[in-house]
Write a new protein. Structure first.
Length: 416
């Protein structure tokens, strides 16, 4: 590490909001950091190519293996060491610093929300890339690789170790299984800071929105639609429950949301189904609001069953089941924390005024453990995430790559 970078790191360790701008300015004056910034700007076309290439490798929930193997190869080629795929499916790679600590994890997630069989071909139209997952989170994965390449090209030396990770299970019913596995297993008690690169834009997420996800089932004997008419119908009961959930009042205070995301059941158009199901997502940064939403949802399901059974006089009644299939803990990295301040100040140095916000990402889990964690956008502009119309505009995207690089260097060059 050069003398200026070492001085900046020491100053940052003891910095306050008042002198934070000077600290970042000093960091940016370091010749090695300047070389890394030039390198990552020059690499941006390659980063965009990597983004498209990775996106054309399917990575549906619980089937991220092909994309993981591709990322494994890219991180090896970027010069990282001890590159491996762990037992859960995460891709993990190391970049050694002058000392084991601080240890900073920089991550992006491998999986998408799109099922197997989705057409994942990427279409290019000038500055626009179109394709499922092109922003969320093929952008993050590509920037992750770009940061590693730029640091090695510029021979950046940090005080502590950097661990680069491509996580599985961030989306849908993955339940953050990748990041849970990291912090509950191989890296338990060893991580000082966590930075996730997720999606496009220049956002900084410092508050984790908690979520609870449920699979609700309705069951009954079923029968012929004509011959057995008059018995309670699980699909009708499920419809009543959907209607009840749609009518739930929104809790006051912190933002709270509810959504019926998937629904299914039955075997034939002329059969009374013996079963039906739906999946429900509840979210809020307030644990109290989450609890209120869950209670309302359970009440809606109970009322739906009672109404359907009453409709047919209790003949062959339906019953319900509610299973918790996913839970993301809420959490926060306070605005006064060094990592949040670093991200805000570096953004400002690049001409971006960014106020920390809230979302639901891999950073939720380390936040819930009290580990400083943030999620940052990877630059450019994305729209239509989680839809077949997802696109990424590469205009100005290099700024996001450069910011991720600077945050990684700064976070791993300060005291624990």
């Amino acid at each position: 590490m050069s003398a200026i970078l070492a001085t900046a790191a020491a100053t940052l360790a003891a910095s306050s909001p008042q002198n934070g701008r000077d600290v970042v300015d000093e960091l940016l004056r370091d010749p090695t950091v300047q070389a890394a910034r030039i390198a990552i700007r020059d690499l941006e076309p390659q980063i965009i190519d990597t983004q498209a290439t990775l996106c054309e490798i399917p990575a549906p929930p619980f089937a991220e293996g092909r994309r993981a193997r591709a990322l494994h190869r890219l991180l090896q080629e970027a010069g990282l060491t001890d590159v491996r795929i762990d037992d859960i499916g995460n891709v993990v790679a190391e970049r050694r610093g002058g000392a084991p600590f601080p240890r900073v994890v920089v991550s992006a997630h491998l999986d998408t929300v799109f099922p197997d069989g989705t057409d994942v071909r990427v279409k290019r139209e000038a500055s626009i890339l179109r394709g499922p997952g092109i922003s969320d989170d093929c952008r993050g994965l590509a920037v992750l690789v770009g940061v590693a390449r730029a640091m090695n090209l510029a021979k950046v030396k940090t005080s502590g170790n950097l661990t680069f990770v491509g996580t599985v299970g961030e989306e849908g019913l993955g339940n953050l299984r990748g990041v849970r596995g990291l912090f509950g297993g191989q890296m338990k008690g060893q991580v000082d800071r966590f930075v996730s690169i997720d999606g496009a834009g220049m956002s900084i997420v410092s508050r984790g929105v908690g979520s609870r996800r449920f699979r609700i089932t309705m069951s009954g004997p079923g029968g012929h639609s004509y011959g057995s008419f008059g018995m309670a119908n699980p699909i009708h009961a499920l419809g009543r429950a959907v209607d009840g959930i749609a009518r739930m009042p929104v809790p006051p205070g912190a933002k709270a949301t509810f959504n019926v995301g998937r629904i299914g059941g039955g075997t034939s158009i002329n059969a009374i189904a013996s079963d039906a199901w739906m999946e429900v997502d509840l979210r809020s940064s307030s644990p109290e609001s989450l609890e209120m939403l869950e209670n309302q949802m359970r009440s809606a399901v109970s009322s739906a069953v009672a109404s359907e059974n009453r409709r047919w006089g209790g003949r062959d009644p339906v019953s319900s089941g509610i299973q918790l299939v996913g839970e993301r803990p809420a959490g926060a990295t306070e605005s006064g924390d060094r990592l949040v301040d670093l991200a805000v100040r570096i953004s400002a140095a690049l001409g971006e005024t960014v106020a920390p916000s809230e979302s639901s990402t891999d950073a939720n889990f380390p936040m819930s453990l009290g580990i400083p964690a943030i999620t940052v956008g990877g630059g450019g502009e994305g729209t239509g995430e989680h839809s077949s119309e997802e696109l990424f505009d590469t205009t100005g995207s290099a700024r996001g790559s450069e910011r991720a690089l600077l945050i990684a260097i700064a976070a791993s060059s300060t005291d624990r």
